[in-house]
Design a protein around this ligand. Structure first.
Ligand code: ADP
Length: 261
C-alpha cells in the first residue's frame, strides 16, 4: 500500500538523487537468467534491486478438471506466491487475498502476450515464487514469467516487460522501493508493456497523479520497459547460444566416437 509514510524524508534531494542514490528515471540493478530449473519446461530467475523472483512454466498440457478447458484457446494458470521469509515479518505460507489477486492480474497480462489460440483445450501453468521482496514484486514476477514462457518455447506476440512508475516526495520517479512506496504522497503504478508495440497489458494505480504528472510517468514507463526488454532478450540470447554450444560439442563428440569405431 502506498502513502503511509514519513513527511520529513527528502525523497529526491536538490541534486536530483533519491534515497538510494538513483536518479528519478533510474531503475534498480536488474539481473535476468533463463533456463535455471531442470524440471520445468521453461524457467527464469530475476533479481530486481532487493526483489528476487523465480518462475517455472509447464505446458501447454491437458486441462484438469477437463470441464475447465476452453475449446478455442489455452488457459493461463498463474500462481504468484510470496515465500514466508521474503518480507521482514514472517508471512503466513498459505496464499492470501493479495497473492490471489496478483495471480489473476498477472494471468491477464500474460494472456494478452501468449498466442493462446494456438493451443485450444490446453493449459499453460506459470508458477512464480518471490524469495525476497522490496516493492515491485508483481512486475519482477511478470518479467521473470514472460522470460520463462519464452524459454519454454511458447509462442508470444512479444515479451512482457514489467515496470513501475509513480511519485514520492512530490516528484515523478521510476521503479519505487518499499521506502518510496511508503512516502505520504506516494503513488505507485505497476505496469506491463509489450515493448515492440508499446501495448500496455497491465496498469494498476495506487494514488492519484495530475495529467501532467501522468504524462511524465507514462514516458518514464516506456523508457524503463525498453531497458527491461533488452535484459530479457540478452538473457534468452545467452541461453540459446550456450545451448547451441552444448549441441555442437555433443555433435563433435559423437563424430569422434564414430571415427574411433
Ligand atoms: P508489489 O510487490 O507488486 O509492489 P504491493 O504494492 O502489494 O505489491 O506490495 C509492496 C511491498 O510491500 C512488497 O513488495 C513487499 O515488500 C511488501 N509486502 C507485501 N506484502 C507483505 C506482507 N504480507 N508482509 C510484509 N510486507 C509485505
Amino acid at each position: 500500500m502506498a502513502g503511509k509514510g514519513n513527511e520529513n524524508v527528502t525523497y529526491v534531494d536538490k541534486s536530483g538523487k533519491r534515497l538510494d542514490g538513483r536518479k528519478v528515471d533510474e531503475l534498480r540493478p536488474i539481473k535476468v537468467d533463463v533456463g535455471v530449473l531442470d524440471r520445468a519446461d521453461g524457467s527464469a530467475y530475476v533479481e530486481w534491486g532487493h526483489n528476487k523472483a523465480i518462475a517455472a512454466v509447464y505446458g501447454p498440457r491437458e486441462v484438469l478438471p477437463k470441464h475447465m478447458a476452453n475449446p478455442y484457446k489455452a488457459i493461463m494458470r498463474v500462481y504468484y506466491r510470496m515465500a514466508p521469509f521474503s518480507v521482514p515479518e514472517h508471512k503466513r505460507p498459505a496464499p492470501g487475498r493479495r497473492e490471489i489477486e496478483i495471480s489473476k492480474v498477472l494471468s491477464e497480462a500474460l494472456d494478452a502476450a501468449v498466442l493462446t489460440e494456438r493451443f485450444p483445450q490446453s493449459q499453460i501453468e506459470v508458477h512464480i515464487d518471490i524469495l525476497d521482496a522490496d516493492a515491485g514484486t508483481r512486475i519482477t514476477a511478470l518479467t521473470a514469467a514472460s522470460a520463462a514462457l519464452a524459454d519454454a518455447g511458447i509462442p508470444m506476440r512479444d515479451l512482457v516487460a514489467g515496470v513501475s512508475v509513480g511519485k514520492a516526495g512530490g516528484r515523478v520517479i521510476a521503479d519505487l522501493t518499499k521506502a518510496e512506496e511508503d512516502a505520504s504522497d506516494a503513488v505507485d503504478i505497476p505496469m506491463a508493456i509489450l515493448p515492440s508495440t508499446k501495448e500496455v497489458v497491465l496498469l494498476q494505480m495506487d494514488g492519484i497523479l495530475t495529467k501532467e504528472e501522468w504524462k511524465d510517468a507514462h514516458e518514464l514507463a516506456h523508457k524503463a520497459a525498453e531497458k527491461v526488454y533488452n535484459l530479457q532478450k540478452e538473457a534468452l540470447r545467452k541461453r540459446y547460444e550456450s545451448a547451441e554450444a552444448v549441441e555442437e560439442t555433443e555433435e563433435i563428440a559423437e563424430t569422434k566416437e564414430e571415427v574411433v569405431e
